[in-house]
Design a binder for this molecule. Structure first.
Ligand code: FAD
Length: 311
């Protein structure tokens, strides 16, 4: 079986999400990685070094610079003529591209897989992660998105795949890139951080969020996350959101501060190794998943905790 993995990158850096997808694809068969972008040869060179990758396909075109699904999907469909499975990470880009590929190939998409049980059988979460479904696909070609936290990351070194430059399909003329407002941060990326400090509605406003959550995150060298209530209220940008409709994370330590633990939030973080919750309501649902719980007022506890930590 031959697979095609969509590399997640920004034309300069190959993102970690790709590594988990390579692991999932390797369970199905031979792994080919598609690097579609503009001036992204360096990314292809990095992809070629990933352990387990057999071939890297490099498609460079201005039309692929921002990985617009309308432009990238036809390229993938062409490449799928002699491949059996297409796998993309469950990132914004992957979740944008995969459905279009599935539609063009006239197959069902298998979303957010947690495991590969066989060549046509996978598990995936349903009901916000409260149940796991085993799904079997009879489609000749599989189109799959992969939950990164469910698969080990393939090693970034150890491979020596050939990089093959391929022809492009150009601009489909269906969409155009206008602008992107990305929050710049020196902190680790949310989906690959070992420690995450997340804040909720209880922070009351953006000033409190920055004044309380960030110093604690700085001391722990942690990424910062947030509940949807905190994001919707404008305390922090949307890309901080953890949960069913945000990012799925599974760090070593997840600290939830002033977050109630709604099912949609838990769906994004309950696989974290150690969960620490700070909440003034001892009956808050977050305490049902927490390994360590601190009942009290965050405005008192968090500054004290930050001060006592070294560094
Ligand atoms: P609240 O539920 O208001 O909780 C605030 C908590 O802070 C309470 O438990 C309270 O006891 C505590 N608190 C208050 N003051 C203090 C204090 N001084 N000290 C300590 N503790 C205090 N939510 C997500 O997070 N991520 C998602 O991806 C997501 N997707 C959703 C998708 C759908 C389709 C829907 C319907 C909802 C989704 N939600 C999501 C929203 C979710 O249902 C909750 O509304 C949200 O998570 C609540 O955020 P919160 O815990 O910050 O706020």
């Amino acid at each position: 079986m031959k697979t095609l993995v969509l590399a997640d990158h920004d034309n300069k850096v190959l993102k970690d999400a790709t590594l988990s997808v390579v692991t999932a694809a390797a369970k199905l068969g031979e792994v080919h990685v598609l690097v579609a972008g503009n001036n992204c040869e360096l990314v292809a060179d990095h992809a070629a070094k990933i352990a387990g990758v057999g071939l890297v396909l490099l498609a460079e075109d201005a039309a692929y610079e921002h990985e617009l699904a309308e432009n990238v999907a036809p390229l993938i469909v062409n490449l799928m003529s002699d491949r059996d499975a297409f796998l993309a990470p469950s990132t914004s880009t992957g979740k944008n591209v995969a459905p279009r590929v599935a539609a063009l190939l006239d197959v069902m998409q298998i979303s957010d897989i947690l495991s590969v049980e066989g060549p046509d059988t996978f598990t995936r979460p349903i009901y916000a992660g409260n149940a796991i479904a085993t799904v079997q696909s009879s489609d000749a070609k599989k189109v799959i998105t992969v939950r990164g936290t469910a698969f080990e990351k393939a090693a970034r070194e150890g491979g020596n795949a050939q990089v093959e430059k391929i022809g492009t399909t150009g601009d489909a003329g269906l969409s155009s890139f206008v602008s992107a407002e990305l929050s710049k941060s020196e902190r680790p990326e949310l989906t690959s951080a070992k420690v995450i400090v997340s804040g909720g509605r209880a922070l009351q406003n953006g000033e409190n969020f920055h004044a309380l959550i960030e110093p604690l995150a700085d001391k722990l060298k942690a990424a910062v996350g947030a509940s949807r209530a905190a994001v919707d209220a404008g305390y922090v940008p949307n890309d901080y959101q953890v949960g069913q409709t945000g990012k799925i994370v599974a760090p070593e330590v997840y600290i939830a501060i002033g977050i109630s633990g709604a099912i949609q939030h838990l769906a994004g973080m309950k696989d974290s190794k150690t969960i620490i919750a700070i909440n003034k309501d001892e009956d808050a649902p977050i305490f049902q998943v927490a390994d360590i719980g601190l009942v009290g007022d965050l405005f008192k506890i968090v500054p004290e905790l930050t001060e006592k930590l070294p560094g």
